[in-house]
Design a protein around this ligand. Sequence first.
Ligand code: TRP
Length: 337
Amino acid sequence: MTTCILSGIRPTGNIHLGNYLGAIQNWVSLVNTIDEHLFCIVDQHALTTAEDAHDLYEHTRLITAAYVACGIDPNKSYIFAQSHVPAHTELAWYFNCVTPLGWLNRMTQFKDKAGKNKEQANLGLYAYPVLMAADILLYKATHVPVGDDQKQHVELARDIAGAFNNYTKADIFTLPLPVMPPQSARVMSLRDGTKKMSKSDISDYSRIHLLDDDDALALKIRKAKTDSDPIPSTSDSLIDRPEAKNLIAIYASLCGASVNDVCRDFEGQLFSTFKSALTDVLIEHLRPIRDKLTRLLADQTEMDRILARGADYANSIAAETLGDVRKSLNLYPRPMR
Ligand code: TRP
């Protein structure tokens, strides 16, 4: 069986270290072991929340360039915008018709995002996991690299695949597996080590933006919250020190080492010393990414080439799957003149 990865990020103006270490770096390491790789910029998902539904043109450019700058080869993998492949929303509709409301009511992300005002939440936000299932199943993806918060959605995609296969008795869809990044790749806020680094945090000092210049990187690390204890000899002793653990984990991820290795190397040192080592590694690592990102953003022809190549390929696979789906539903085939 051919293996296929599919993953995606919503196009927002803020692509940060958490997206890189927690997601894209994991994709890059999977690419070599999997036959086909599709990376989507999920612009139609961004429309479900008001804070993300603006500047989609510019933000799609930014995420496209970030995928490439962070190590996705646009000639070996396919990079495309969700809205360039209309089959996603069509397949989502067919899935809507086999997905019980009870399954969607269990989705914790909807509860978090809709908050207290559930009656005012839009239908798109509620149906979001069904569109995500369509993103994945359209390409019969076998591996879906996602963060913890999206695991439940990939499990729902498995259930929807099963429900559709069962309803049509056509066995079209493969059940995808979620692939989680290593624990150390979970990047937390620099202001509060118990919260994920996030684009929506009000403090810009909580996150590292991939376009931050060297001075901004140094300043953010200097201001990052820590404690006054020295670095312990093993990661076990970091359990009650979330901010300390986060900075050590960031260092470990950047160097491809484990948190334990880093503890061993810096045992007994204070964060004042460790922070300057972290700043050096961060600058060394992010400078080439930032340079590549800036270069690509200035090269509209290359941007269009990458997205056109991705969309052509994605549409060709999508057309095959949708053809099978329409047939399995007994829809009248469109007569050609
Ligand atoms: N829901 C994901 C997120 O918010 C983004 C996403 C949309 C996605 N479609 C996907 C991720 C398909 C993996 C596969 O992070």
